[in-house]
Design a protein around this ligand. Structure first.
Ligand code: GH3
Ligand code: MG
Ligand code: MG
Ligand code: MG
Length: 350
């Protein structure tokens, strides 16, 4: 059965059981009326239809049948709200008058859930007076259509919503990319200073609360200016990338390591003993120093110096910046004592 505009229902047909009547009217459901219509085109639009009238539920479902989306149907406002919370549909088409929760209230409830992606709401009602249109839109609806409705018009309006939802998804994806870029060092792909500071500041309060150890390792490549001067900046970059790989390979998933600028790196180790930290850091130092770089001439070696500072957990957690300063003092010592070495600034009460 194909619904044309002249099939519009001006008033509710009288029937003992609306469900039954609806079933009669739409007795041969075409392939379109299958609940899940897949997620073609710009992808898995979930729609929710809320109406206490079985006829209108079917009519709206029919109108949506050519749109690529999956459809959930609710017979009341409360049911719609429950489905909304579970499924988070991106499109809601709701009746105004329903026995438990009105479409307006449903709108307000949906809008008050601030988290999650945007939901496009169309109110569908026989209530066409201007002030009600205003009321619906100010309750948070995006669009408003009066019953009886033209299925083509509803579909056109749904597509406006679909376009808006798609655009919003694209913006969100771009924002996520930008956020990631803002936290990544482009040369090495490691977290940058900002990412390390934000992660560490959170972790250090965890170390205080839950009493686990927190170690900061500040690393500076040795005589790196000379490396650049002798082999060129591109060669210097190769060495920085190689160091980043070694550092990453020696960093647990639950810890963090990154490049904080120039030829300086920072690693944070949690839940480790001093001996454990010393072992890891010595391994990084040895492995990097053992690398033979082929920069055109005879194999070149490059070294790095390490300054370590620790907090063993418990009350009076230092600021992350204080720990970095302590690590910096240890690094300064490592440079003075001849470079290519690890110096540890022991925790105050260790
Ligand atoms: P020290 O052992 O005392 O640390 O000596 P150094 O030469 O490493 O220290 P200095 O701070 O004087 O020089 C750091 C050099 O790192 C200078 C700069 O050319 C180089 N550098 C900083 N960022 C980059 C980069 O992104 N790529 C390359 N190739 N070199 C960089
Ligand atoms: Mg109703
Ligand atoms: Mg430096
Ligand atoms: Mg240096």
């Amino acid at each position: 059965m194909h619904l044309k505009s002249n099939n519009l229902l001006g008033s509710e047909p009288v029937a003992d059981s609306p469900e039954e009547l609806a079933d009669q009217i739409f007795s041969s459901p075409g392939p379109d009326s299958v609940a899940d219509r897949g997620n073609a085109s710009s992808g898995n639009l979930k729609a929710l239809i809320a109406d206490d009238s079985a006829i209108y539920r079917r009519l709206v479902e029919r109108a949506l049948s050519v749109e690529a989306c999956s459809v959930a149907v609710a017979k009341s406002g409360e049911e719609a709200l429950a489905i909304f919370e579970r499924e988070r549909p991106s499109l809601v088409i709701t009746d105004w008058e329903m026995p438990d929760l009105t479409g307006i209230e449903l709108c307000q409830r949906i809008r008050s859930t601030a988290d999650g992606p945007y939901t496009y709401i169309i109110i569908l009602t026989s209530n066409s007076q201007k002030e009600n249109v205003v009321k619906g839109l100010s309750a948070g609806a995006d669009d408003y259509l009066t019953k009886p409705f033209d299925p083509d018009e509803l579909l056109a309006r749904v597509r406006v919503g679909h376009r808006l939802i798609d655009l919003q998804r694209q913006i969100e994806a771009k924002n996520r990319q930008l956020e990631e870029l803002a936290l990544t060092d482009p040369l090495t792909g490691l977290p940058n200073r900002r990412a390390i500071v934000s992660w560490s500041s959170r972790q250090i309060s965890g170390a205080a609360r839950h009493g686990f150890a927190f170690w900061v390792v500040l690393i500076d490549l040795d005589h790196f200016k000379k490396v650049n001067d002798t082999y060129g900046h591109a060669a210097g970059d190769v060495a920085l990338k190689r160091f980043a790989e070694i550092l990453k390979a020696h960093t647990r998933h639950s810890d963090i390591a990154g490049r904080i600028g120039g030829e300086e790196f920072l690693q944070v180790l949690t839940h480790s003993t001093e001996e454990g930290v010393r072992t890891v850091v010595e391994r990084i130092r040895e492995q990097f120093a053992a690398e033979k770089f082929e920069f055109g001439g005879p194999p070149a070696t490059i070294t790095a110096s390490f300054g370590v500072a620790g907090f063993l957990g418990g009350k009076d957690a230092p600021q992350f910046s204080e720990m970095v300063s302590l690590a910096d003092a240890a690094l300064y010592r490592a440079k003075h004592l001849g470079r290519n070495r690890v110096e540890i600034e022991l925790p105050k009460d260790a």
